[in-house]
Design a protein around this ligand. Structure first.
Ligand code: SF4
Ligand code: SF4
Length: 336
């Protein structure tokens, strides 16, 4: 395995890490085996989340007796001090550990949320207190929007940023990576396969490893995926001609009609959660979770409620034909 320094943390993390969101859907004993295989292959960075149902608990089982081999990152969507303090405690309990290497503010999606976090009584206070008490070692932030990550680096309170970056989501990455280098901030890359939309893990991850990023964390839920990812992270990221053409074909195919989950289209006039509908569609198309997706869809505002106002399309910076895309997704998600 190749290792890279995770910014100010000074920790040498594996170039390819372990995204622990998908282990929610596998049995405990399988999750433990998958994590053990990752550790055996030198993958020493695991990223989980307070919101990922039992993922933190399963990570705790997987690292039992091997705590020193791994850098544990988790995150919470809490924006206030009290909520964040509770979540830190909960994460420690679930994983059965006495400190967390990196605690991240989860998906700080806009400047309004950013300001809440920094305000008196905001979540950052709880993170700083936990750091003083030794419960967490470092503070980070994740977001789908580069704007808040740039602001966090400029404010100087983060040791790491976690961003969605892949061959079809490159907007703003150059500016962010430049500032990360200047401020010695660790860069963790989520969604390297664009939520499963890119067809070759090896092409997608190698593409990213050619940038100054610290670790790329594809989500995994099987030993095969761990072995494939560890193989990619163990070699120089030189793309073959075949990988280059697969990636180029993917970019061409997805480029025109691919939702980047930036949420600029919101709010919808009738409260349809537009990007969430596309995420559920991907659960049907790519993750084999149609029942789960349909259940969640059913409890949301369905696409039939659309009044055709077109406001979302005016706001989408990628010019997506949102109404057509929603109609297509609704057809797959509807139980009628
Ligand atoms: S066109 Fe439909 S989906 Fe878009 S904002 Fe209007 S009501 Fe919402
Ligand atoms: S539909 Fe467009 S504006 Fe809305 S989240 Fe997707 S890419 Fe962003």
């Amino acid at each position: 395995m190749k290792y890279r320094i995770l910014g100010k943390t000074g920790f040498e993390v594996s170039a390819v890490g372990f995204g622990a969101l998908p282990i929610q859907r596998i049995d405990e004993d399988v999750a433990v085996k998958v994590i053990h295989r990752a550790l055996d292959l030198g993958m020493n960075f695991i990223d989980t989340g307070n919101r990922y149902t039992d993922s933190e608990y399963k990570v705790g089982l997987g690292i039992k007796g091997r705590r020193d081999e791994v850098f544990i990152a988790t995150k919470s969507p809490a924006r206030d001090r009290e909520g964040m303090a509770e979540h830190i405690k909960l994460s420690l309990e679930r994983m059965g550990i006495d400190y967390i290497d990196l605690y991240q503010l989860h998906n700080v999606k806009d400047m309004e949320n950013f300001e809440k976090v920094l305000a008196p009584g905001g979540a950052l206070e709880a993170l700083k207190e936990a750091k003083k008490e030794g419960l967490i070692k470092h503070i980070g932030m994740s977001s789908h929007r580069k704007e808040t990550l740039l602001a966090a680096m400029k404010e100087g309170f983060v040791d790491t940023v976690q961003l969605a970056f892949n061959a079809v989501e490159t907007d703003g990455a150059e500016e962010l990576l430049k500032l990360a280098q200047e401020t010695n901030t660790g860069v963790i890359v989520m969604k390297p396969l664009a939520g499963g939309a890119l067809s070759s893990a090896s092409a997608a991850v190698k593409f990213l490893l050619n940038y100054p990023v610290s670790t790329v964390i594809p989500g995994v839920d099987s030993i095969e995926q761990v072995e494939e990812n560890a193989g990619i992270g163990s070699r120089e990221p030189v793309m073959t001609e075949e990988e280059k053409s697969i990636l180029a074909a993917d970019v061409e195919r997805l480029g025109k009609e691919f939702c980047r989950r930036c949420e600029y289209c919101l709010p919808c006039a009738v409260d349809i959660n537009i990007p969430q509908i596309f995420i559920w569609e991907s659960y049907v198309d790519r993750y084999g979770l149609p029942d789960f997706a349909k259940m969640r869809y059913k409890s949301s505002v369905e696409v039939e409620a659309c009044i055709d106002c077109g406001q979302c399309e005016e706001r989408c910076p990628y010019g997506l034909p949102i109404r057509d895309m929603l109609a297509r997704a609704g057809g797959k998600l509807s139980s009628k």
